[in-house]
Design a protein around this ligand. Structure first.
Ligand code: SF4
Length: 388
């Protein structure tokens, strides 16, 4: 079987999704090629086997924990930390359990990666991640201590109950998954409330204020309107320590819907090509598929200076027949040594003099004259330097 690192292109290219979400449209708009490469099939891998760095993963787990909690608190009117409603929210989302579950799930996924290794294991105890989340949360959380507008927690509507009917019964519904009836677009709305007879759509955010949050809320307003026939009058983005709230009219919602339709058409058109258009930018250095995207790889490599220490990514051409412990290679017009333990060498893709390879997370030695391939280094075979 051809190993993942010898596959220069997906074995089956991803088709556009049946339904777009706000985040998938954002991702496709930022770089259609990246979305497509990550969602395509690569041999035995259903999708591109990503290997995020543990530090980035820890940040994600902490952020997700805060988001879970904030949604549950939002349903209860953002109560103060000492209140029974706060404790109820913590229990509802099993806040402490979230961290242990997430660490286990990620370590399981990382272990199944073709180049897993000691540097790609989450070692921070879940309790420490939870404490980190609590510290961040406490620094920013501003309770409103508004009485919940519902009796009991707002409920997610079951598919058999009309969401508007439930909203009228309860005064609020949370985590409502709504499909647009005519466009392939779907969203999960954090909270919809009836306030003084008006429908108000709320989204909870734990990060910094961003312009795109406003557009997302407008689209969620469109979803609720088209799904129920009742047009929201107010949209709210609730951050941990501030609130952005505004009235919305029919014209604005219609304009947002038109832009949504255009974005979906653009996304479908962009993903119809294989490979889809690459949009190189500052994020290429963090793109999991960078070794399989010629345009992004070139842009990213051009932004790196000559590495002299630490770890780096590098493209080399093998100059001489490899020995069990390495080979002479050429990179950017200079000769370098690429070395590895014999045991590591056994798991590398086969290459010979003239082969081109892209090394990800290779250790820099001797001020950049030698590069050491470690068990976790990813070594991508490249048939032709310009291939993607
Ligand atoms: S490397 Fe850059 S241009 Fe290429 S797919 Fe990734 S983000 Fe897009």
């Amino acid at each position: 079987m051809t190993s993942f690192y010898q596959l220069e292109a997906p074995t089956s290219w991803a088709a556009p999704p049946d339904h777009f979400s706000f985040s998938s449209l954002q991702a496709i708009g930022a770089c259609p090629r990246k979305w497509q490469l990550l969602h395509s099939e690569w041999g035995e891998h259903g999708r591109f086997p990503q290997r995020p760095h543990p530090k980035a993963l820890e940040g994600t787990i902490v952020h997700e924990g805060i988001e879970l909690l904030v949604r549950a608190l939002g349903k209860r009117g953002l109560p103060s930390i000492t209140s029974p409603a706060f404790r109820e929210a913590v229990a509802e989302v099993d806040f402490w359990g979230h961290f242990a579950r997430a660490v286990d799930q990620w370590n399981d996924r990382l272990a199944r990666h073709p180049r897993s290794g000691p540097f790609f294991v989450l070692r921070t105890p879940p309790r420490e991640l939870a404490n980190r989340a609590i510290r961040l949360f406490r620094e920013q959380y501003t309770p409103l201590d508004a009485a919940p507008r519902t009796t009991g927690a707002s409920a997610a509507p079951s598919s058999s109950v009309e969401p508007m009917q439930l909203l009228e019964q309860r005064g609020a519904v949370s985590e409502v998954e709504v499909d647009h009836p005519a466009l392939p677009f779907r969203g999960i709305i954090d909270l919809v409330e009836l306030v003084d007879g008006d429908v108000q759509v709320v989204d909870f955010k734990t990060g910094k204020r961003k312009a795109e949050h406003e557009m997302q809320l407008k689209l969620y307003g469109v979803l609720w309107w088209r799904r129920t026939g009742f047009r929201p009058a107010r949209l709210v983005v609730q951050y941990l320590n501030e609130r952005s709230e505004w009235r919305i009219g029919e014209a604005e919602l219609l304009a947002a819907e038109r832009r949504l339709e255009e974005s979906i058409d653009d996304a479908k058109r962009l993903l119809a090509d294989t490979p889809a258009e690459a949009r190189p930018g500052e994020d290429c250095g963090y793109c999991p598929a960078r070794a399989r995207c010629a345009a992004g790889w070139r842009a990213y490599q051009a932004s790196l200076g000559r590495p002299r220490a630490g770890t780096t990514d590098l493209e080399v051409t093998v100059s001489a027949e490899p020995s069990p412990n390495g080979f002479l290679a050429e990179t950017s017009g200079r000769e370098v040594n690429v070395v590895y333990d014999a045991a590591v060498g056994q798991h590398l893709p086969p290459f010979e003099a003239g082969s081109c390879v892209r090394l990800l997370d290779v250790v820099v030695r001797d001020e950049g004259k030698t590069f050491e391939v470690r068990p976790w280094t990813e070594v991508y075979a490249v048939g032709h330097p310009a291939s993607s």
